[in-house]
Design a protein around this ligand. Structure first.
Ligand code: AMP
Ligand code: GLY
Length: 437
């Protein structure tokens, strides 16, 4: 069969890499992809927002399955369009994807379904938002309602900063229409974990556990990014906690949508804040996490294409997932300046050395190939991902590989996976993360 993957990041490279391993797949296309993906799939020069162009391409080429990586095409109704033309596509419809694309929708939905989430108010009037802030006090979080490329969340230690956040989002319109409404939300402390599950709208099938590292610099300092690294499994999510998340978050979400006549098919990703006392949902995403997808794909033993087909056909109850018991750690190599302004076009050295790497894969994110050389073309450039007998071994292996790669200004975090070790040391748990897988 022919498969089309939409997107161009490290996540999509990992998906293409995994899909290619399916004995059922004869050809993989990726639109638009990147230089690394171009080594293993046919690149198609269509952008993820070109819904009609992508649909026409899938029809012309006889694509049997389309897999959507990022949220933008979901929010534009790509899945609805493909389904209207009888094309098989993995991902939620536009309505279902509102769980990610509108924070106000997601928060109100959670309140009605009794899904645990920080207390909040939704406002389309800045004065009202500021009155609410004065009432509840700080620290407090102010979020633009719509998609703001991961930058629409402002953590405000003081009431004054929260007022300014409302001004920037709603009055200065820093994120355009995404700031028509704001969500003002309780600030939570704890450990953030990513919980991903396949669902066909009925059955919820969790993936292995994972934790992302969102801040730009070591020790969780600096600005938020799309993700600077991830590992799987995480000992933070014990089997008991995973069960609780399924019962209290994932099933109520899927069921609540169904009650509204929305059948959610695809990946449902809950971004959770976990503390000793509680588990609360910070956000839902309607897609695989990037970079969580990279360690997860390295560990998944099941045929991803079969699982995706079961989702589309509503047969997920028949499926179980099989995982490599070894943990995987992914380190993102970023351009100087990321997540702010950065330059592109730097020549990347050291990749040849890792071409036949046994213990992992260098997934490409923002790369191009110019005159036979790989160059940087984005903020997150590479996602180096390795397996190890345990988390310390995976960490050692991944950083040995990272050391071989360089370009002017390259930066990365040196502490990916350390939270797992810290947690093990403080609570005396073992690191196998039996949870999970
Ligand atoms: P979001 O896009 O809503 O997940 O927010 C981006 C990041 O901001 C999260 O990954 C957290 O690190 C942080 N964040 C969001 N909401 C809260 C909150 N209520 N309390 C503490 N941190 C938060
Ligand atoms: N790694 C976080 C995200 O994909 O949203």
């Amino acid at each position: 069969m022919k498969v089309l993957v939409i997107g161009s990041g490290g996540r999509e490279h990992a998906l293409v890499w995994k899909i290619r391993q399916s004995p059922r797949v004869s050809r993989v296309f990726c639109a638009p992809g990147n230089a690394g993906i171009g080594e293993i799939a046919d690149l198609v020069s269509l952008t993820p927002d070109d819904i009609h162009g992508l649909r026409r391409f899938a029809q012309q080429e006889g694509v049997d399955l389309t897999v959507v990586g990022p949220e933008l095409p979901l929010s534009l109704g790509l899945v609805d369009e493909f389904e209207a033309y009888g094309l098989r596509v993995f991902g939620p419809t536009r309505q279902a994807a509102q769980l990610e694309t509108s924070k106000a929708f997601a928060k109100e939905f959670m309140r009605r379904q009794g899904i645990p989430t920080p207390y909040f108010g939704v406002f389309s009037d800045p004065d009202e938002a500021q009155r609410y802030i004065a009432e509840v006090g700080a620290p407090i979080v102010v979020k633009a309602d719509g998609l703001a490329a991961g930058k629409g969340v402002m953590i405000c230690p003081t009431v004054q900063e929260a007022y300014e956040a409302v001004d920037e989002i709603m009055r200065a319109r820093l994120f355009g229409d995404a700031g028509d409404r704001v969500v003002v939300e309780e600030f939570l402390e704890g450990e953030e974990v990513s919980f991903l599950a396949f669902t066909d709208g009925q059955t919820v099938l969790p993936l292995a556990t994972a934790q992302d590292h969102k801040r730009a610099f070591d020790g969780d300092r600096g600005p938020n990014t799309g993700g600077m690294g991830a590992y799987s499994p995480t000992p933070l999510v014990t089997p008991a906690l995973a069960d609780r998340i399924v019962q209290e978050v994932m099933i109520p979400a899927v069921k609540g949508l169904r009650q509204r006549d929305i059948v959610y098919k695809g990946i449902l990703y809950a971004g959770l804040m976990v503390s000793r006392e509680s588990v609360k949902v910070l956000e839902f995403n309607a897609r695989f996490g990037d970079p969580e997808c990279q360690p997860l794909m390295l560990r998944l033993r099941s045929d991803l294409v079969e699982v995706m087909e079961a989702v589309i056909e509503g047969r997920l109850a028949e499926v179980t997932l099989s995982w490599d018991p070894r943990p995987a750690v992914c380190v993102v190599l970023a351009a100087e300046g990321y997540p702010g302004m950065y330059e592109t076009g730097k020549i990347i050295t050291g990749l040849d050395d890792l071409q036949h790497w046994q213990d992992g894969v260098v997934f490409h994110a923002g790369t191009a190939k110019v005159d036979g050389a790989f160059t940087t073309k984005g903020g997150r450039v590479l996602a180096v991902t390795a397996l190890g007998a345990d988390i310390p071994a995976a960490i050692t292996t991944v950083y040995q590989a990272v050391k071989k790669i360089s370009w002017p200004g390259m930066h990365y975090r040196h502490d990916i996976g350390q939270r797992a070790l810290l947690y093990r040391a403080t609570l005396g748990q073992n690191s196998s993360g039996e949870a999970g897988q």
